[in-house]
Design a protein around this ligand. Structure first.
Ligand code: AGP
Length: 602
């Protein structure tokens, strides 16, 4: 998943290109580069690492071209390096690419036999060569763009500069998001409409198969049949948050602390009885629900599955999007709904499942933070997370919002299906969540001391049962993705079936064991771990922590609350624990290595 940007203006565009990349950096930050066309010459500047490295490279006399394309990279083929950075150049052509050319090996071999030379290990580099050779054979750039689309397999969005068309950026969308715009400042392409704030007032989302030509004062779009297409114009949200950390050391910590406000916003939006009226699905007649997502969003689905069973008496299948997209299709009753959870709304695997569900004529609901995203625009119904922009790659407030929006939806479905008492009890607990989160945040000092026990661990274990089991998985993900310590979440009852072999005196173990229906079962598992030397941290309310004080050396405290609500509140100490371990280990908390905020490749 990468970010592509392009600009054509009546002034040098280098600074505009870097600003656009800065806003797209969440999509990948292994390396960045620009190409501008200046007096017929393609001038390329690249830098390994984050966009700031490129900005520094340009600040000492950048290129002066008034048309250019730019790219921030998350490496798929070839290590992060200058020679693997985009844009890639062939004679007279420069290309930036987001996606994967699945058949790049065959194409590269064929091009090599035609005398093409390659300087990178990327799949992308075949694209400028194909365009260059097509133009050399007499095709106009627009025709060359059409020809390559017939040869490339895979999903992609590309921006192309050619010496033949010095005033036009050529672009094409085939599976990866791309917007085009023009305004007073010029013409633009971008992977995300948010990158255009302050540069253009209106934009259009290209659709799959669209080819666009962007000049300073116009955008022309041709659809996959070659006909002129008119796409829906959207206003660019000028309120692109000039994101700052608000006095916090990292965006992640700021976003963790925004969670009481997010919880209150979700409650205000979804507590009213008519909050879900626009969803034309008869929940009373539903046989099953499919919950589909990736990563933390998948763990939120696992929590929601248990709520659907307990509060609404409804079976749900939870699917990892990367698996479900290729899973065999089993005939369905027609009384199903597919719910997709995604912070970005651009996760390629999740979107592929959206297409699959729509092809099966299953009603689709997107629960998404970026409402202008593909998921927000293409699901039959979209429910906003209201979490605000989440900059930290490790999801915190968006994950919490997913839980809360799903909880409100489940309460609504439960009430619709006659489980009114259970729904009402659930809602009463949800109404108290903002206060419980705020109270949990006050325990940060104690959590910092717990974090010290993890700093030198080679591996950590998280265990839980019931509705908290998905939070053991999420806690392990949070720790590994920002501190780079290996961590695994297990169902506590599963430990004795093998994983307990991992436990010795060097293994920190977080046991999610608040008071509740399954406390005694988890407590037994905690004692089994203690008997093997595990260094135990108990996450629970005071009563539970006291009960296990003889075997647990440290604790993460949450308020005493209903079993159904515990998965929501438990997320907070797990986020803070991972954050403080990562900070102590010197990780780049907001931009952890190898990751990106939006995974737009499969
Ligand atoms: C969460 O901390 C991770 N950054 C990652 O697992 C994320 O949840 C996953 O990539 C799904 O992203 P999405 O919610 O934007 O679809």
């Amino acid at each position: 998943m990468c970010g592509i940007f392009g600009a054509v203006a009546a002034k040098p565009v280098a600074d505009l290109l870097v600003e656009g990349l800065n806003r797209l950096e969440y999509r990948g930050y292994d390396s960045a580069g620009i190409v501008t066309l200046e007096d017929g010459e393609l001038k390329r500047v690249c830098a390994v690492g984050k966009v700031d490295a490129l900005r520094r490279r340009i600040s000492t006399g950048g290129p002066l071209g008034q048309i250019g394309i730019a790219h921030t990279r998350w490496a798929t083929h070839g290590a992060p390096s200058e020679h693997n950075s985009h844009p890639h150049i062939a004679p007279g052509v420069a290309v930036v690419h987001n996606g994967i050319v699945e058949n790049h090996t065959e194409l590269r071999s064929a091009l090599k036999t035609q005398g093409c030379t390659f300087t990178s290990e990327t799949d992308t580099e075949v694209i400028p060569w194909m365009i260059s050779r097509s133009i050399a054979a007499g095709a106009a750039p627009a025709r060359a763009m059409q020809e390559i689309s017939e040869r490339i397999e895979g999903s992609y969005a590309i921006g192309v500069l050619t010496q033949q068309d010095p005033d036009v950026i050529h672009a094409r969308r085939a599976g990866s998001p791309l917007v085009a715009a023009f305004g007073d400042s010029g013409g633009f392409i971008a992977s995300d409409v948010a990158a255009l704030a302050g540069m253009a007032k209106e934009a259009v989302f290209l659709e799959d198969g669209d080819r666009a030509e962007i000049a300073r004062d116009r955008v022309t779009i041709h659809d996959s049949t070659g006909r002129i297409a008119h796409r829906r114009i959207v206003r660019v949200d000028e309120s692109f948050e000039t994101l700052d950390r608000g006095g916090f050391a990292h965006f992640m910590l700021k976003e963790i602390n925004e969670q009481p406000t997010v919880a209150a916003a979700v409650g205000a939006r979804y507590a009213p009885s008519d909050a879900f009226d626009e969803i034309m699905v008869d929940f009373r007649r539903l046989d099953r629900v499919k919950l589909i997502a990736c990563g933390s969003s998948y763990y939120a689905c696992l929590v929601a599955r248990r709520w659907l069973a307990e509060v609404a008496g409804l079976e749900a299948d939870v699917e990892l999007a990367s698996e479900y997209r290729y899973a065999p299709v089993i005939a369905h009753t027609g009384n199903e709904v597919a719910i997709f959870l995604s912070q970005s709304g651009e996760t390629a695997d999740t979107l592929a499942c959206l297409d699959k569900a729509k092809s099966l004529r299953i009603a689709t609901i997107g629960v998404v933070n970026q409402m202008m995203s593909t998921l927000g625009r293409e699901a039959d119904y979209a429910l906003p997370l209201l979490a605000g922009t989440e900059v930290g790659v490790a999801s915190t407030k968006a994950f919490l919002a997913q839980l809360l929006v799903m909880a409100r939806l489940v309460a609504h479905i439960g009430a619709m299906r006659g489980h009114r008492a259970a729904a009402e009890r659930f809602r009463e607990g949800l109404d108290r969540v903002p206060g419980w989160i705020a109270a949990t945040l006050h325990n940060e000092a104690a959590i910092i001391s717990v974090a010290e026990h993890f700093l030198h661990a080679k591996s950590a274990v998280f265990v839980a049962r019931g509705g908290l089991y998905p939070l053991a998985l999420e806690g392990a993900l949070k720790l590994k993705e920002i501190s780079y310590i290996h961590a695994e979440g297990f169902a506590a009852g599963e430990l004795k079936h093998g994983p307990i072999a991992l436990i010795d005196h060097t293994t920190p173990v977080v046991a999610l064991a608040p008071s509740g229906e399954l406390f005694s079962k988890v407590a037994s598992n905690v004692r089994e771990i203690a008997a093997r030397g595990g260094r135990i941290t108990v996450l629970g309310d005071r009563r539970a922590i006291l009960s296990l004080s003889d075997v647990a050396s440290t604790a993460l405290t949450i308020p005493s609350c209903d079993d159904l609500i515990q998965p929501i509140v438990a997320a907070i100490p797990l986020q803070l624990l991972s954050y403080h371990v990562a900070v102590a280990r010197g990780s780049d908390v907001d931009r952890p290595r190898n990751l990106a905020k939006s995974v737009t490749v499969e």
